[in-house]
Design a protein around this ligand. Structure first.
Ligand code: GLN
Length: 544
């Protein structure tokens, strides 16, 4: 039977609860247990799909096509367990389902209420399909005391009552701030946060105390005393050098041992060799490369979380440090060659990531041209591939007015809206003027690669499966002129209708993909496209 570990946060947001959950799951997994991590998001959006990356960071897409919180990316990268739609729930989804049932008359005239109807739905979500698991870790978004989070806190309180202490643990993540003027760490915010939580009926079993200076033993004892937990269950969580060293650090502080003790379980020591290996690769690189990422949401790195990590993984695969320069595409909007050269000449590789809308698109197209003309490794992802096709159309296929219908009406729609595509269930159709939420081609789809292409060498395969999130596609009607201009369509959807990959055989490394390979890269298995791109950047660095 699965045991449940509920993770709440207190004092402030951004304490890294997601990483904490991912790290604890990785440690339990390294001891041989089967784990799954779930995320409760208290906001009212049905999913983060319609939220701005500035508000919420990246939207993480699962194999089964769910648009989810970026923490699910950490979960996958740390545990290798592919997340599903059923691993992320929001208040919006819970209320939508309940109201649909209410309208259908399913409640047989009863008054529909937060307790028990909303809390029952949350409990059912936590316990759904968990039979084959040893541990289910449930992270509650936000901070204890948030009004919208209350039904979730209430639901986990009820679960403790129903399943017992032996099957549930409460881990509370808090902040122990350092006050420079006093030269001391302060435990009071943690005490207040735990008091707030106990006021809601939850006594935490383990406290994970984020701190920027080592937590003195006396403070540990004080927190234990005031917060009613064992001293050994007060786990210091000192700021880490890199996210990949967090599991090792928490293990050294006794987190996984304390969790097992809580459940009365004994297990062999965890096998952490693969964690030691990636931390070593990350912290002792044998060289470095600089990659320019020309995008729109460069002000907030969470907007490109998985991309950032996938580049780091590509660096680990090649034992080099990857310096990422986030470049605002709007800088190149005027197509000023000197300006572009000043920014892009120092780069060993240029990447144009996914994105939405016209803003910055001319700058992205100008960056593709620079990479193509100068022979600099180029990697275009989703919108980046579409921009590479528009650049190719304009500058190597003589289609001067090439554009995307995403940017407005055009006489040369080299990129156009997808209105039909095949799924495992059959033909999927979209109305051009439908709702924005849930109208994209989402999730894992197969693609077939040309046997003699650069990408098939990189993958070592001719059938691949990758995750998608797009509403537009490269228009296959332009295949001939684009290929005559040197841009080869080297991967297509199995029905041969949707271009999935383009490449330039006359260039050292020029690849554009319609999907998001960054979503499937893991530190232990760097994605072949990222490993290959960074290897090409290493070569480029030698030439410069
Ligand atoms: N905006 C483009 C589309 O909808 C690209 C999407 C993306 O980069 N994820 O097709």
């Amino acid at each position: 039977m699965a045991r449940y570990i509920f993770i709440t946060g207190g004092v402030v947001s951004s304490l890294g609860k997601g990483l904490m959950a991912a790290s604890l799951a990785a440690l339990l997994q390294a001891r041989g247990y089967r784990v799954r991590i779930r995320k409760f998001d208290p906001y009212l959006n049905v999913d983060p799909g319609t939220m701005s990356p500035y508000q919420h960071g990246e939207v993480y897409v699962t194999d089964d096509g769910a648009e989810t919180d970026l923490d699910l990316g950490h979960y996958e990268r740390f545990t290798g367990v592919s997340a599903r739609q059923s691993d992320n729930i929001t208040s919006g989804r819970v209320y939508r389902d309940i109201i649909t049932r209410e309208r259908r008359g399913d409640y047989l005239g009863a008054t529909v209420q937060v307790i028990p109807h909303v809390t029952d739905a949350i409990k059912a979500f936590a316990q759904d399909a968990t039979d084959d698991l040893d541990f289910v870790l449930c992270e509650i978004g936000g901070t204890v005391g948030d009004i919208e989070g209350l039904p979730f806190v209430e639901a986990i309180r009820q679960l403790r009552n129903e399943l017992g202490r032996e099957a549930t643990a409460f881990v509370h993540v808090t902040l122990v701030p350092y006050i420079a003027a006093a030269g001391e760490l302060k435990t009071k915010p943690t005490q207040h946060s735990v008091r707030e939580l106990t006021g809601l009926g939850i006594q935490p079993d383990i406290l994970l105390c984020r701190c920027e200076k080592p937590l003195p033993d006396s403070d540990r004892a004080k927190i234990a005393l005031f917060c009613n937990v064992r001293k050994e269950a007060v786990i210091p969580a000192l700021d880490a050098k890199s996210i990949y060293s967090v599991p090792l650090q928490y293990h050294a502080e006794g987190l996984d041992a304390e969790v097992l003790r809580h459940f009365g379980m004994t297990a062999p020591s965890p096998d952490l060799a693969r964690w030691d290996d990636i931390v070593d690769r990350h912290q002792h690189p044998e060289g470095e490369v600089t990659i320019g990422v020309v995008g729109k949401y460069v002000g907030l790195q969470d907007a490109y979380k998985s991309l950032n990590e996938a580049l780091v993984h590509g660096g680990m695969a090649n034992r080099v440090k990857v310096n990422i320069r986030w470049i605002d595409a709007e800088l190149f909007e005027r197509d000023d060659d000197d300006e572009i050269a000043a920014h892009l000449e120092p780069m060993h590789g240029i990447l144009v990531p996914g994105g939405f809308g016209e803003r910055g698109s001319e700058g992205k197209i100008a960056s593709v041209r620079f990479a193509r003309e100068r022979g600099v490794p180029f990697f275009g992802i989703c919108l980046g591939m579409q921009m590479a096709c528009i650049e190719g159309a304009r500058n190597t296929a003589g289609i001067a007015n090439a554009s995307s219908t995403e940017f407005g009406p055009t006489i040369e729609p080299v990129v156009g809206i997808i209105t039909e595509w095949m799924t495992a269930e059959g033909l999927e159709k979209r109305a051009e003027d439908g709702d924005l939420g849930g109208t994209m081609r989402l999730g894992a789809y197969d693609a077939l690669l040309n046997g003699n292409s650069h990408v098939s060498t990189i993958y070592g395969a001719t059938t691949i499966s990758e995750r998608h999130r797009h509403r537009y596609e490269v228009n296959a009607a332009y295949r001939d002129p684009l290929e005559k201009g040197g841009l080869v369509f080297s991967g297509m959807s199995p029905d041969g209708l949707l271009p999935e990959i383009i490449e330039r055989p006359d260039h050292p490394w020029f690849i554009g993909v319609q999907f998001h390979p960054e979503l499937k890269s893991r530190p232990f298995e760097p994605h072949p496209l990222f490993a290959g791109f960074i290897a090409a950047a290493v070569k480029q660095a030698r030439l410069m």
